[in-house]
Design a protein around this ligand. Structure first.
Ligand SMILES: [Zn+2]
Length: 447
């Protein structure tokens, strides 16, 4: 998953970066047009989907060999073109052909994912209901951005919020999305830029070194000992649950239910934004620490291992629960993975088995190495450390990579911690841990 290859090519190397920018339709009529354009896309999706499903059923009933034809962007797009030219659908000509037809691209992708044997969880494409679909559409090409304005085909120019980065980059596509409902909905443009790798606005990963990251509930610890907190969303979670219970009681189609739905979605957006922001910040900090980032391969090996259990540990339910917990964690940390994939110089995955129970200094694996959730204390060599930090070092060691050299950035606490080789973090001879976790110190004195 190397984003920047070492070899140099003749072509100027570029990277793809997306910016989310506020879009101001300007007038109520323009806002309405954007909603209608998104509605036309939704209509096209539903129509083309229904057409393909009919074809499929007809083919199945006929008992003929072959198939109903592959639902690809090309074939689905043809179906849309027929629809647009059919009598009674002249209204579709009020909207850009290119934009509305591009909906078929998404439908084709959805079908491809549905048929992909590597994605067994991906279901069949569904119809989009009006009130459960965020108005959105994509300008797939010929994007025009001038003087802080975006051109919407067949509508005109709309003002954009400040574009702080990549202003001189080449805009490839724009996804326009309405992100809040009500009387004054907000619109956002997701502008996809192609920019040269050496563009000053493009953040570069650290030049060298490697860092392991252990992902936990609410925080991630890297092998330099730095703890990256993810905000606690229990307040939002509780409120969301309350509104969900309320909405379940309310009568369908009532004004009160609609109001509750608005509040619910607002909270969900807030929660998503907080997580998104936090994972952006954490991934940036980690990518700045070292070139190569090592994570546990939580999605594949850990799940299956936990589910199966082992001969020595027949506690079936415990194992399953652990697997479930891990799955939840992995889903929460999937965002970090995706962001690191393009921010870090290189992203590697290692087998996560026993990273929390193995000693990062001598390799001794035992459950008793964990006297508590926070502490790691090796039963063989006496190594003591913060449990998450020990796990992060294990992750790094498994990738067989040298740790981060002395970080060039700053002289702060993180830099000082990073300057120490991982195994010198805790010194059993003196019994003074060099990490500064308060819980760590407390536990040390108690034992
Ligand atoms: Zn040990």
């Amino acid at each position: 998953m190397t984003s920047i290859p070492k070899s140099t090519t003749q072509e100027p190397r570029t990277v793809i970066r997306t910016l989310r920018v506020r879009l101001y339709p300007g007038t109520a009529a323009n806002g309405q047009y954007l909603e209608q354009l998104a509605g036309a896309c939704r209509f096209a999706w539903n129509h083309v989907l229904a057409g393909h499903e009919t074809d499929y059923r007809t083919w199945k009933a006929s008992g003929k060999p072959g198939g109903p034809g592959d639902p690809t962007f090309f074939t689905l797009g043809k179906r849309f073109t027929q629809l647009r030219n059919a009598p009674g659908h002249e209204w579709l000509k009020d909207y850009s052909y290119e934009i509305v037809r591009y909906t078929c691209k998404y439908l084709g992708d959805a079908y491809a994912a549905f048929f992909d044997p590597d994605r067994p969880d991906h279901g069949c494409p569904q119809y989009k209901a009006r009130h459960y679909t965020k108005p959105a559409f994509t300008i797939p090409s010929h994007v025009r951005i001038e003087d802080g304005r975006l051109y919407i085909p067949k509508m005109g120019w709309t003002r954009l919020g400040p574009v702080h980065r990549y202003a001189d980059g080449k805009p490839l596509t724009v996804r326009v999305r309405q992100e809040s409902e009500g009387k004054q909905p907000k619109w956002y443009a997701y502008i996809v830029f192609e920019v040269p790798v050496d563009h000053p606005d493009v953040c570069r990963p650290a030049e060298s070194g490697a860092v392991g990251v252990d992902r936990n509930v609410g925080q991630a610890t890297d092998s330099t000992g730095a703890v990256h907190e993810i905000p606690d969303t229990t307040v939002e979670d509780a409120k969301i649950k309350r509104y969900q219970r309320r909405i379940a009681r309310q009568k369908k189609g009532s004004n009160r239910r609609r109001g509750t739905g608005g509040k619910l979605r607002k909270l969900q957006r807030k929660r998503a934004r907080r997580r998104d922001n936090a994972t952006h910040q954490v991934s940036r900090k980690v990518a700045d620490t070292a070139h190569t980032v090592v994570l546990e391969d939580l999605n594949t090996k850990a799940m299956t291992k936990s589910a199966k259990g082992t001969v020595e540990n027949p506690g079936k339910n415990v194992k399953q629960k652990a697997g479930l917990n891990r799955a939840i964690l992995a889903s929460g940390w999937g965002q970090l993975e995706r962001k690191l994939a393009y921010k870090a110089g290189e992203l590697r995955f290692v087998d996560p088995a026993y990273t929390s129970q193995a000693c990062s200094r001598c390799g001794h694996i035992a459950k008793s190495n964990r006297p508590s959730q926070a502490v790691f204390a090796c039963g063989a060599c006496g190594f003591r450390a913060n449990a998450d930090h020990n796990a992060a070092i294990n992750i790094l060691v498994r990738a067989r990579l040298p740790p981060v050299p002395v970080p060039a950035r700053g002289t702060g606490a993180a830099a000082r911690r990073g300057a120490l080789p991982p195994w010198s973090v805790a010194r059993p001879a003196t019994g003074t841990p060099a990490t500064r976790e308060p819980d760590m110190r407390g536990v040390h004195h108690r034992i």
